[in-house]
Design a protein around this ligand. Sequence first.
Ligand code: SF4
Length: 321
Amino acid sequence: MQSPLQSLDIAIGAVGALPQPGLLPAGVPPASDAEVAQAMLALRKGATLRLLGDDVLLWPGLPSLVGKARAAGAAHVTVQTTALPLLRPGVAAAVKAMGVSGLLVPLFGADAEGHDHLVGRPGAFAATLRGLRAARAADLRLEIFAVALRPTMRSLDALVARALPLPIDALHVVVPGPGSDAPPAWLPHPALAAPFVVRAMTLAVAARRRVTVRGVPPCLLGEMGALACELAPAPPAIDADSALLAAAIARQFMTQAVDACGDCRWHACCPGVSVRQVERFGATGIVARKDAPPRGGLAAPRRPRLDSRVAIADVSLESRS
Ligand code: SF4
């Protein structure tokens, strides 16, 4: 018997009409039906399930999968979307009635100029905000992916300030790296993005929102590094009864050590550093921590390294090389 899972992310390959530059790694195969079925069997009562993809609200299999997840005991089902499908009257309420509890929506800039440029669609920013407000009116929880790309990363704090009053429940800062589907010229050096990430995190923390960071390791985040480390999810305990699912879960928590990490004491709670990022940008700013890791990091076991076919997507997927 595999151990029950408290939280799970599944990439389901739902392609939307709007490009999502850098948000998910390019070429990651979605979960197969068999993998999704295994995931449902592994869910613990009260678990949180996140369904990731360009626009999962457009995926025809959503009502059936949400129903299965709820029947399996999932307490929260969060779905990634552009929020544009919510512009049609009644859709937000129907999504809520289906059993979806919250949405994960990316913002690529603090205003129309930046966001619309990066997704290549005039009017997309204003439409996304209207969709987000429709979601709130239907009592759906909101989590935002704040995507830091070179053209817009300097206004990351303005993006967060704009999102907070919606209101949002959580902020996930994403700094895409090599291997993502963003144009290479848009990819920021993690050490250059770090000060903007710290400012965005500081705003969200001051507003008492949950914050996660992907793409910048804790040693680059100054005082916020301890928070990023402490909030990094611990890998779930799972018996390898289901090799496929175990591999996919391990993939979520894959940490790549690079030479600069040395004997860093924070390794166990570091969400990962991308080998391809280091190959491209060097290891600037990555310095092994000699001080004791934050509380959560002390308890977390060293994460497994596995190069599996990816069904479940989260941090560091760009590091498969
Ligand atoms: S393990 Fe490496 S990347 Fe992570 S905090 Fe330590 S030095 Fe930084």
